[in-house]
Design a protein around this ligand. Sequence first.
Ligand SMILES: Nc1ncnc2c1ncn2[C@@H]1O[C@H](COP(=O)(O)OP(=O)(O)O)[C@@H](O)[C@H]1O
Ligand SMILES: Cc1ncc(C[n+]2csc(CCOP(=O)(O)OP(=O)(O)O)c2C)c(N)n1
Ligand SMILES: [Mg+2]
Ligand SMILES: [Mg+2]
Ligand SMILES: [Mg+2]
Length: 324
Amino acid sequence: MPAPSDGPLVSDLSEDGLLARIFPLLPLGDDTELAPGDDAAVVSARDGRFVVTTDVLVEDRHFRRAWSSGEDVGRRAAVQNLADVAAMGARPTSLVVALVIPGDLPASWVEGLARGLAAECEPLGVGVVGGDLSGGPVVVVAVTAHGDLGGRAPVLRSGARPGDVVAHAGVAGWSAAGLALLHAGRTELDRELVGAHLRPVAPLGAGPAAAAAGATAMLDVSDGMLRDAGRLARASGVGVELDSAAFTGDLERLRAVAGVLGVVAERWVLDGGEDHGLLATFPAGSVLPEPFRAVGRVVAAGEGTVRVDGVPAPARSGWDHFAG
Ligand SMILES: Nc1ncnc2c1ncn2[C@@H]1O[C@H](COP(=O)(O)OP(=O)(O)O)[C@@H](O)[C@H]1O
Ligand SMILES: Cc1ncc(C[n+]2csc(CCOP(=O)(O)OP(=O)(O)O)c2C)c(N)n1
Ligand SMILES: [Mg+2]
Ligand SMILES: [Mg+2]
Ligand SMILES: [Mg+2]
């Protein structure tokens, strides 16, 4: 139940009243020509084309209000979408944010969400240029992000070729470990991992850097390393061979918490989603841009499949909203 100190509830305000509270909190962005308030925003793009992507966060599916503040959800909603733009090799320019909120939500929660969006977007010069509001039974945050390719070709999932190096930037398994700590009620064990789940840090600059370095394929890891590597393998018609030793740093970081919770740390690293690191392929001999590290190689054999240390990945690894 909201406490009186939370201030007005959404249902104490009008739509316009709520918008008047959040507009001043939203970043304008470097490319915004017309900010929120009209029927649509106007955003400039140097490229004749633009990248557009959308991802939704649903209460009790992607976050729990008992675990995540409005600011946490705003940050995660921004990062999840900014990572998809980065995964195309593009620089993000603007977001629009559609919000479904129950009337008994404190207005301060929505202001926190706006602050969280701003915290991720403002340093990048990304504007939050519009959105929508509706009442509904649970909180749903749907973000659409736009990006500028800067005159370069987009980096698709389908361009990996046998002989390429597979590389990863970012952390692996940290978000899943943080989520497990929240589920177990043991957040005191490792607050950094809990933070990695609530406010993931994605290597957003590495996306355009990978494109500039000649990456042949790329995607962000949202549903798990194996599941997402499988998507890249299928789209490219190649096999992906991963070396577990490449993830020793992540495994060592997670081992203590995994031991206490009775979980195998490898499963977080290989199946955990929501870290939003970037998995990319580069021609052999490429100088990998920071912070990419080689984690395996692309092979012709086993089209569409992923192997770890030569062992085929389980068919159903990682997150799927419907297949469990
Ligand atoms: N409802 C939908 N209508 C059209 N395209 C969709 C829909 N849902 C997902 N897609 C497309 O399917 C692809 C895979 O989606 P998804 O797994 O959500 O990607 P990501 O993990 O990068 O967010 C994307 O190109 C996305 O735009
Ligand atoms: C309360 C709660 N339970 C479970 C999860 C774990 N979880 C929910 S969705 C998801 C995968 C990523 O979300 P998705 O909607 O598939 O994003 P996309 O792949 O489209 O970027 C994971 C690991 C969570 N974040 N919060
Ligand atoms: Mg998606
Ligand atoms: Mg993605
Ligand atoms: Mg996504």
